[in-house]
Design a binder for this molecule. Structure first.
Ligand code: 5GP
Length: 116
């Protein structure tokens, strides 16, 4: 089960720089960082392709991704300066890996965002 790229990272079948792990969440550096800090947080035990597939009984997993990102930010010392978390859903958001994930971006002023 879980034959996405991120499933392979969870099973250590392909390498990744893992920077956070607990019972439910894995955090690893994005291979193509869009900011000085760019970490992806994913659920380890359930394959949820997109936010649109999230079921009510899985809602706590999104909270766990957010808590993991916040803990990592505090641990690495950039929580006070700030950071951004992003979850892309499907084509118009540019989602490329269909295993739900939270992007954590930090380490420099990030500017604003929007269409364009
Ligand atoms: P999405 O575009 O789906 O929101 O985010 C997928 C992210 O996964 C992208 O930022 C992309 O750079 C990252 N990514 C794609 N392949 C790999 C990989 O093999 N290893 C790692 N660490 N990140 C990857």
């Amino acid at each position: 089960m879980n034959d996405t790229l991120f499933g392979k990272i969870i099973r250590r079948e392909i390498p990744a720089t893992i920077v956070y792990e607990d019972d439910d969440v894995l955090g690893f550096k994005d291979i193509a960082p869009q900011a000085p800090v760019h970490v992806l947080f994913i659920p380890k035990n359930e394959l949820i392709p997109t936010l649109d597939d999230l079921q009510p009984e899985q809602a706590h997993l999104i909270g766990k991704l957010a808590l993991a990102a916040a803990e990592y930010a505090r641990r690495e010392g950039f929580a006070e300066n700030g950071y951004r978390v992003v979850m892309n859903c499907r084509e118009d958001a540019g989602q490329t890996v269909f295993h739900i994930h939270l992007h954590l971006l930090a380490g420099a002023p990030l500017g604003h965002f929007g269409a364009g």
